[in-house]
Design a protein around this ligand. Sequence first.
Ligand SMILES: *[C@@H]1O[C@H](CO)[C@@H](O)[C@H](O)[C@H]1NC(C)=O
Ligand SMILES: *[C@@H]1O[C@H](CO)[C@@H](O)[C@H](O)[C@H]1NC(C)=O
Length: 328
Amino acid sequence: MLWRRRYRRSTLLLIVSLIALVYLHNFSRRLLGSPAAHRAYQPSWRNTNHAKRLGKDVPEEKELVVASVESDDTRWLNLHFDTWKKNVYVVDNASAPLTVSVNKGREAMPFLTYIIDRYDTLPDVSIFIHSSRYQWHNEDPMYDGVPVLRRLRLEHVLKRGYVSLRCTWEKGCPAELTPLHPFYRNDERSLAEQAYASVFRQLFPRDEVPGVVGAHCSSQFAVSRARVRARPKRQYERIRDWLATTDLDDVVSSRVLEYMWHIIFRMQAVDCQDAGECFCQTFGLCNLTCDREKCRKRYWLPDHKTMPAGWPENGPGTNGWPEKGWAD
Ligand SMILES: *[C@@H]1O[C@H](CO)[C@@H](O)[C@H](O)[C@H]1NC(C)=O
Ligand SMILES: *[C@@H]1O[C@H](CO)[C@@H](O)[C@H](O)[C@H]1NC(C)=O
């Protein structure tokens, strides 16, 4: 019948057009380079806006994961990083939009909670930080977290998989812990060292306990999605279960993890890059004068761990804190 023939003809036409489309698409892809060649980092505006218009769920380029307590002032994040997606965990407020089921292990609990809850929807890069803008361990002459985050080179995080937000070796490098030969003293560092081997065996029963562990201090780091997923979600759940049930003090359990994150994210047990190389690759500061452990005018290890109230307006030049402008 006529309508049937016409139907058949239009079906044929449709199939031919579809084949042509697929062919053209592949051809243009080959012209523009394979997807693998494009795996290098692309700023999100290039793909995100387009995909969002098409209604697709595209991961964020980067997200901040912030460990905080209710009394912390996190307004600086909105002020300076208003367009960045932020996950602010408030560990001591059960009604907060993001919180933890057990407030143990300091920043480690929210960090693990984020990884577990977001395992399937991770951004390209997750940046794990503490909540205060000024902290003694921020890699900046005035301990300011803003330039640290501004300068962080996401394409390098994607390439390396994991980076610490510090480059100066003091503290943590080149050898923070010798888990198999711990010091039997009663300070925080030694207690973490004493606990390390047994925790490690429990969390990674198939791996050998490293003889030396070295990594930049302070539990602020950035990780690519691929590197997080280099371990199964179950592994992170196992670590969180351990943290939720361990008898160790928070200062000790969080310190054990402070020097385990890099191993969790598949770096060598000693992950201590030359300072100059690190500053250049991680932060784009490539013209510094450095030795292996530090660069000039970048960091001054203070005597105290609590920033003076009102820093940097109040405090510089007093009590062992550096002068304003000391690094200019
Ligand atoms: C806890 O978080 C909720 C929701 O953000 C907030 O309304 C409340 O004031 C917070 N509680 C305390 C004690 O700060
Ligand atoms: C690098 O540092 C040197 C000496 O401090 C300076 O003379 C030079 O202009 C700097 N180069 C760049 C590109 O900033």
